[in-house]
Ligand binder design. Structure first.
Ligand SMILES: [Zn+2]
Length: 633
C-alpha cells in the first residue's frame, strides 16, 4: 500500500507563523501514522517562490530573487527541522523539475483547447495574489486582507476554461463525498459549483518572475496555476513518467480552509483537462487563532513557531495543536492555555506516570519487570483504545486519536492508584499481584507511547526506551506493537522528569502580539541538579583531520584526539568552517554521547558551538592552550 500526502506550499516573503506550522505538524502526524501502519508513505512539502510578493521582498532586501528564495528555504527548513517534520521531499517552484511539469501541463491544456487569449479586467488582491470578484469583497476590501485595497487591473491574459468543467466537478463532488473534507467545506464548494463557474486567468502580463507559458513565452504562468502543479511535479510529472505512474494520484492534499476552492475546483479541472487522475481527497483545516484573533502577518497577530517550540519543546507544541484543536475547525492558542495543558497532560499526567513506573520498578523489582497474568482490565482497555485510536486517525479526527492515547494514560494512573503497589509490597503473599501490577502499568505506558509516536515522535521514542521496549523505533508497527504484549522481561530505565512543571506566569506570557519571547523566563527553564550536569562528559579535544561529507551542506567529518582516544565526530559546522581551518584546532566535545550515524558516518560525540538563531555556528574555544582530555565543567 502507498500513501502520497502533501501540504500547501508556502510563499517565502516571510517566515512561517504558528498557523503555517499547524498545517505542517498535522500533516506530519498523518504521514507518521501511515508509516506506523506499515504504509509506504511519500510526504511532500515545499515553497512557493514565483510570487510577486516574494519578488518584491527580494528587491526590498537588495537580493536577487533566487538568492532570496535560497535564504528563505534555509529558514523554513530550520523551523521544520525544529518541529521534527518528517517530509520525504521538499519542492521549490523554481526547480527545473517543477518548471518542466508546469510547462507540460499548460501545453497539454492549451492543446486540448482549454487555454485561450482574452482580456482580464477586475479586482486583484496583491496579498492573496488572486483575482477577486465583486461579490468576494467586503466593503470593497479582500476579507482576508482588510488593511489593503485591492487593485483594479486590466490586462491581456490567457484564460483557462474552468466553466467547461463545472458539470464534471459537480458530478465528482456528488459521487465522491470524501473528496473534500470536512463536510462543512464540501457544502460550501457544492454551493459555489451550483452557482456556476467563470473562466480564470492563468497568466500575468508584463512580469518576468515566473515560468513562461510554452506557447506564449512573453507571459508568465499565474502563480496559483503554477503552484498547484507542484504536487504532480514532485512525483515526476513532466520528468519521470514511470515514477509519476507509481505515486499519482495523490491520496491527500492538506490545505487551509481559505484555499479549498483552488484545490477542489481549479486543480481538479486542470487535471481533467490534462487527462490526469484527481487526488483522492482534500482536507481543508481550520485556522489557529492567537488569543482569539486570526493569526496574520499583515494584521500583526502572529507567533513564531520556533519561539513556541523552544519554550516547552517541540513535542509539547505538537501535542497541543493536535489534541486541543478539533481538526477541521478553528482553534485558539494562548500562552496561558498552552502552559495549562502542558502541566495537565504532560507534567502531571504522562510525565509523572513514566517516572512513577520507573520509580516503583526500581524500588520493588530492581528495574526488571516480568510478565504475570494477562493484564486484566487495563489490557482490555488498551484493545478498545487501539480501536478508537485507529478509527479516529483513519478518519483524520486527529484530536480524537490523541485523546484515545490519553484515555489509556489516565486509566493507567487510576490503575496504579487502585492496585496500590506500595501496599502490595508490604506482604510477600502479594508477590505475584505486585509483579502483575508493575508489569501491566509499564505495558500500558508502552502501548500509549506507540499510539503517541506520530504526534510526539521524540518523546514517544524516549518513553519506549524507558519502559524497556527494544524495538528499533522505525520498525514500530501499530498492528504488532500497538497491542498488549504480556511477554518478555522489561528492563526499565530511569531518567530525569520528561516534562518538569511550568510554575507561574513568567514575563514571556505577557507578550502577546508580534514579539514573542525569544528568551524564556528563568523561572520556567527546567533546572537540573549538579549530578545530572556531571553526567555530561565535556572534554577538550584537538582536531586531527577534517573533511567534508559528500552531499551534505552542513556536516563535516572530524577525527579528534580526546586525550584518551582518537575518534570520529560529525559536526554541523560546514557552512561556517572550511575543513582546512579546523585541523589543529582545540574544541570542546560531549564525549559520552551515544553514537549516531549521520549521512552514513558514525559520530561518537558532539562538538560544541554557539548557535545563534538564523546565524552560523561559532565554535567554543579557550583563551589559553588547554591539553586534550581536560574536562570542561
Ligand atoms: Zn487577499
Amino acid at each position: 500500500m502507498r500513501f502520497y500526502l502533501t501540504t500547501a506550499i508556502d510563499y517565502v516573503n516571510s517566515r512561517p507563523h504558528l498557523g503555517t506550522a499547524y498545517e505542517k505538524i498535522t500533516a506530519d502526524v498523518i504521514a507518521r501514522y501511515k508509516r506506523l501502519c506499515g504504509i509506504d508513505t511519500y510526504f511532500l512539502m515545499g515553497n512557493d517562490e514565483h510570487s510577486q510578493n516574494v519578488y518584491r521582498r527580494a528587491l526590498e532586501q537588495g537580493l536577487d530573487p533566487l538568492a532570496y528564495c535560497d535564504q528563505m528555504e534555509r529558514e523554513f527548513r530550520a523551523v521544520w527541522a525544529q518541529l521534527d517534520l518528517s517530509f520525504d521531499d521538499f519542492i521549490r517552484t523554481t526547480e527545473p523539475r517543477h518548471r518542466a511539469a508546469v510547462q507540460e501541463l499548460a501545453q497539454t491544456c492549451f492543446d486540448n483547447g482549454d487555454i485561450y487569449e482574452g482580456v482580464y479586467e477586475g479586482w486583484y488582491c496583491v496579498s492573496c495574489e488572486a483575482f477577486k470578484q465583486e461579490k468576494d469583497l467586503l466593503d470593497g476590501k479582500c476579507p482576508l486582507h482588510p488593511t489593503l485595497s485591492p487593485e483594479w487591473i486590466r490586462e491581456k491574459n490567457y484564460f483557462f476554461r474552468l466553466s467547461r468543467y463545472r458539470d464534471a466537478l459537480l458530478a465528482h463532488f456528488r459521487s465522491t463525498p470524501t473528496f473534500l473534507q470536512p463536510e462543512m467545506r464540501r457544502n460550501e464548494m457544492l454551493r459555489l459549483l451550483e452557482s456556476g463557474l467563470e473562466d480564470i486567468s492563468v497568466s500575468r502580463a508584463g512580469q518576468h518572475w515566473g515560468i513562461p507559458l510554452p506557447f506564449a513565452p512573453d507571459n508568465v504562468v499565474y502563480v496559483w496555476f503554477d503552484a498547484l502543479i507542484n504536487y504532480a511535479a514532485a512525483v515526476g510529472y513532466g520528468t519521470d513518467e514511470a515514477r509519476f505512474s507509481v505515486w499519482w494520484p495523490a491520496d491527500l492534499h492538506i490545505v487551509g480552509k481559505d484555499i479549498t476552492r483552488f484545490h477542489t475546483v481549479v486543480w481538479p479541472a486542470m487535471l481533467m483537462s490534462a487527462g490526469l487522475a484527481l487526488p483522492a481527497a482534500v482536507f481543508g483545516h481550520g485556522w489557529v487563532h492567537f488569543g482569539g484573533q486570526r493569526m496574520s502577518k499583515s494584521l500583526g497577530t502572529s507567533l513564531d513557531p520556533s519561539d513556541v517550540a523552544r519554550r516547552l519543546g517541540p513535542d509539547s507544541l505538537r501535542l497541543y495543536l493536535v489534541k486541543e484543536l478539533s481538526y477541521g475547525s478553528d482553534g485558539d492558542f494562548t500562552w496561558e492555555r498552552y502552559e495549562e495543558r502542558y502541566n495537565v497532560d504532560l507534567a502531571n499526567n504522562l510525565g509523572n506516570l513514566v517516572s512513577r513506573v520507573a520509580a516503583m520498578a526500581e524500588k520493588y523489582r530492581g528495574l526488571r519487570l516480568q510478565p504475570v497474568g494477562a493484564g486484566g482490565r487495563l489490557a482490555a482497555l488498551a484493545g478498545t483504545v487501539l480501536d478508537r485510536y485507529r478509527a479516529s486517525m483513519d478518519s483524520l479526527a486527529l484530536h480524537d486519536g490523541a485523546a484515545a492515547a490519553f484515555q489509556l494514560v489516565d486509566a493507567t494512573n487510576e490503575y496504579i492508584a487502585e492496585t496500590a503497589p506500595w501496599t502490595l509490597a508490604k506482604n510477600t503473599a502479594n508477590t505475584a499481584r505486585l509483579d502483575e501490577a508493575l508489569f501491566a502499568a509499564a505495558e500500558a505506558v508502552r502501548v500509549a507511547a506507540v499510539l503517541l509516536r506520530p504526534i510526539m515522535p521524540a518523546s514517544a521514542a524516549e518513553i519506549l526506551r524507558r519502559v524497556g521496549d527494544t524495538t528499533p523505533i522505525d520498525a514500530l508497527r501499530l498492528e504488532q506493537h500497538g497491542r498488549w504484549r504480556a511477554e518478555g522481561t522489561r528492563e526499565i530505565v530511569k531518567g530525569p522528569p520528561l516534562w518538569p512543571r511550568v510554575e507561574e506566569a513568567g514575563p514571556a506570557k505577557e507578550i502577546t502580539v508580534e514579539q514573542p519571547a525569544t528568551t524564556p523566563a528563568p523561572a520556567e527553564e527546567p533546572r537540573i541538579t549538579i549530578d545530572e550536569f556531571m553526567k555530561v562528559d565535556l572534554r577538550v579535544a584537538k582536531v586531527l583531520e577534517a573533511e567534508a561529507i559528500p552531499k551534505s551542506k552542513k556536516l563535516l567529518k572530524l577525527k579528534v584526539d580526546t586525550g584518551r582516544d582518537q575518534r570520529t565526530i560529525v559536526a554541523g559546522i560546514a557552512e561556517a568552517y572550511p575543513p582546512e581551518r579546523l585541523v589543529g584546532r582545540t574544541v570542546v566535545i560531549v564525549a559520552n554521547l551515544q553514537p549516531a550515524t549521520l549521512m552514513g558516518v558514525e559520530s561518537n560525540g558532539m562538538v560544541l558551538a554557539g548557535s545563534p538563531d538564523g546565524g552560523q555556528p561559532i565554535l567554543v574555544g579557550f583563551d589559553q592552550d588547554v591539553t586534550p582530555g581536560a574536562r570542561v565543567r
